[in-house]
Design a protein around this ligand. Structure first.
Ligand code: 3H9
Length: 701
């Protein structure tokens, strides 16, 4: 038959197994083989029922084919599934592992579904800027009702099969993976004995009938904030509306139309880029599948503040015991109490049971004594951001930790080589830069220092996955990838205030672009004092520009530290953020002192200056080798700085804008902004080389 399909005849049953590792993605080749196998079973009079199976069942359409001819090549998935739904013998999908996207749609085209209880089912297409395009938006509402179907499709989340069985998405649960095929055979024989129809009638044959007329518009309004700027959710709604209002065949045609639009959209191209970027990020030169890993069964975190506590929670959540070390009993108690409070909030929100809370707290042990770290396999230091303070911690760790323990610093800006240098074991030292709140944010910048050993890097990357983080490897430089790029972004926002923009105008331009928060609101949240301290440590680099974040420095002098003092770039009334005439007056005064001409600034200029500055820095980081690839930079900005994933990250966006245009605009600002432009808008040499070579992708040449 084909390497991609295993066909077996067994006493009146055809067992068709998908065997295209790793995830049975429904590529053109697999679709052809599947279609041929199903036709064979359909036309064989000795076959009375058909069981489709795979392990995992299938992760859906082959994402790598989207945007190419192979995606639409015959036989198409919708056509195959339509044909399967018309075969006059019962088809049973036997689901192991997962049935996602087109994989679940394949199962939905079968008359019956049996699944291992732990298998996961879902329609995550929305996460790729798509909608289910092989009948999912039409068959699922008819099976479980429009509301439940929309919840599943719009969330992009998967469910355990045991849960899916409650809604009727899965008909029967198998006992285990090992017995799945045996249980599927028993199910098939029962269906045959009962003379069950090939396709049972749909429980919700008219899915819209009992819903209010405003169901779709209400749903849209409820999710408007989360879906701002996105198109895929609108297409999902349109498809569900068709399921509610039209017969199946018409609904399928509408779904196909919407899918074609989505497939060609920039949003989907961006989200597919992010999907592959996440998988690519773990591929790092110098380490491979043969790199030995160090066992991590005990972790220690130094510092029980907000950051240390958040870091510790990640490990407790993954079932790994953590020692939380502090200098004083009172601080330690406060830290542990805060962790408990965080878990209690999760319990109140129904995300955690009280039992799980206690289990996690039991994994956290407080200590005031460095000697307790002797058995830790990984120690993460999260103390005050000061090189000397951190070096002292590492000197102590070098004395108390066992040989082979990984010693990590959570520094966000400092030189990890200089930290490693104070130990006798620099190969065991690495940077693990968690983002705040550390128990929530998905990004982990893994800083590979000059002497970090390959197995230390490989172990931390594996561990990052275990605790649910997206790890991106960075070289050593001030601020690593994220904060180094954040710097020109922040500088530009400060400067634009002096030139005449208001905090609210700047932030609105950025949030309209899809950023989770505006730059100045971020500064107020993070603390004006924190930004000031970071600048203090680098005055020798930035001091030649008298306007550099000058307004931030002035706010610091006034004690306007941001949200915590109810005043920073904004003033705060409760949770409301308001432009403050005092800040405008301050900006006018400072601009006057620095002879900066104030003017009306167009939104486009604000966006270009903030965005292009950080992209230019990203290109420079790639050229220096601090970032391994442009897509890694995108992941940092999406997962650590609230950049919209549906734009694919700043580097992907630059490729969409066009590198020649990016270069031209940087050159424009370099000239238009006088000495300031000359200083800060120098196009990265790699950008100039790429444009000269006529390249459209950002890569090192
Ligand atoms: C769809 O179905 C559209 C239809 O409605 C309509 C069609 C007309 N395609 O993530 P992992 C690769 S849209 C191609 O590291 P895990 C992945 O790149 C699709 N490749 O493992 C990686 O390759 P490599 C809807 C895929 O265990 C390898 O498999 N489906 C696909 O952490 C292992 O992946 C989805 O959105 C694919 N569909 O997670 C599901 N899936 O080793 C997307 C995986 O070369 N996939 N690969 O780097 C996932 O969510 C996760 O990959 C999964 C496994 C949960 C399956």
């Amino acid at each position: 038959m084909s390497d991609l399909i295993h066909y077996q005849f067994d006493d009146g049953l055809a067992l068709i197994g998908l065997t295209y590792p790793p995830v049975n993605a429904l590529s053109q080749a697999l679709r052809s083989a599947l279609s041929a196998a199903c036709e064979r079973a359909a036309s064989d009079p000795t076959v009375r029922a058909i069981i489709l199976h795979g392990s995992p069942f299938s992760a859906g359409a082959d994402i790598g084919e989207f945007g190419s001819a192979a995606s639409h090549a015959e036989p198409s998935l919708p056509d195959i599934l339509m044909r399967l739904s018309l075969i006059d013998k019962p088809l049973i999908a036997a689901i192991d592992g997962l049935a996602l996207g087109g994989g679940l749609e394949l199962a939905l085209a079968c008359g019956y579904r049996i699944a291992v209880p732990e298998a996961r089912v879902g329609l995550p297409e929305i996460n790729l800027g798509l909608l289910p395009g092989a009948g999912g938006t039409q068959r699922l509402p008819r099976l479980i009702g429009a509301e439940a179907a929309l919840d599943l499709i719009a969330s992009g989340q998967s469910l355990k099969a045991a849960k899916a069985a409650e809604s009727g998405l899965v008909d029967r649960l198998a006992r285990s993976s090992a017995t799945l095929l045996e249980d599927a055979r028993t199910f098939a024989r029962k269906l045959l004995a009962d003379a069950a129809p090939a396709q049972p009638s749909a429980p919700f044959s008219e899915p819209g009938i009992s819903l209010p007329a405003t169901f779709i518009t209400d749903y849209q309004a409820k999710h408007a904030a989360r879906w701002k700027g996105r198109q895929a959710p609108q297409r999902v709604l349109a498809a569900i509306q068709a399921a509610c209002e039209r017969p199946l065949a018409e609904g399928l045609r509408r779904e196909a139309e919407l899918f074609r639009e989505a497939d060609a959209s920039t949003e989907s191209a961006a989200l597919r880029h992010v999907f592959f970027a996440e998988r690519e990020a773990s591929k790092v030169p110098g380490i491979n599948a043969d790199t030995m890993l160090r066992p991590i069964t005990q972790v220690a975190v130094i510092g029980a503040g907000t950051m240390g506590g958040g870091i510790a929670m990640n490990f407790a959540n993954a079932g790994i015991p953590v020692i939380l070390l502090e200098a004083q009993a009172q601080t330690l108690d406060r830290g542990l109490t805060q962790i408990r409070r965080n878990y209690e909030i999760s319990v109140q929100r129904g995300k955690l049971s009280s039992r799980q809370l206690e289990q996690r707290m039991a994994l956290l042990k407080g200590s005031l004594d460095y000697a307790d770290l002797a058995d830790a396999d990984l120690v993460i230091e999260a103390v005050f951001e000061n090189l000397e303070v951190k070096q002292n911690v590492f000197r102590t760790l070098d004395q108390v930790c066992k040989p082979g323990a990984i010693l990590a610093s959570n520094t966000s800006t400092l030189d990890v080589d200089a930290i490693a240098a104070v130990t006798q074991r620099p190969g065991d030292v690495i940077g693990l830069h968690f983002f705040s709140p550390a128990n929530v944010m998905r990004l982990l910048e893994v800083v590979r220092a000059r002497e970090t050993a390959p197995d230390v890097l490989a172990t931390t990357l594996k561990l990052a996955r275990r605790i649910g983080k997206i790890a991106v490897v960075s070289g050593v430089c001030f601020g690593f990838i994220g904060n180094r790029m954040f710097e020109p972004y922040s500088r530009e926002a400060h400067r634009l205030l002096l030139e005449g923009a208001t905090p609210a105008q700047i932030d609105k331009v950025l949030t309209d672009h899809g950023l989770a928060m505006g730059m100045l609101a971020v500064q107020d949240l993070a603390g004006i004092d924190i930004g000031y301290l970071i600048r203090e440590s680098r005055r020798e680099v930035i001091g030649h520009d008298p306007s550099y974040c000058k307004l931030g420095d002035e706010l610091h002098t006034l004690g306007r530290f941001g949200q915590k003092t109810m005043a920073g770039f904004y003033r705060y009334e409760g949770r409301e953020r308001l432009d403050d005439p005092e800040v405008t007056a301050l900006a006018e005064r400072v601009a006057g002192e620095l002879h900066i001409q104030r003017r009306q600034i167009a939104d486009e200029e604000i966006l270009e200056r903030c965005l292009f500055g950080l992209i230019n820095e990203g290109i420079q980081l790639l050229d220096e080798g601090t970032a391994l690839r442009s897509s890694d930079i995108d992941l940092v900005f999406i997962n650590g700085y609230g950049f919209p994933a549906w734009r694919g990250g700043p580097m992907h966006e630059a490729e969409c804008i066009g590198l020649d245009r990016l270069l031209a605009r940087l050159q424009h600002y370099r000239q238009a902004l006088g000495a300031y432009g000359e200083m800060w808008f120098q196009p990265a040499p790699l950008l100039q080389r790429l444009v000269a070579a006529g390249r459209s992708r950002i890569e090192k040449i």
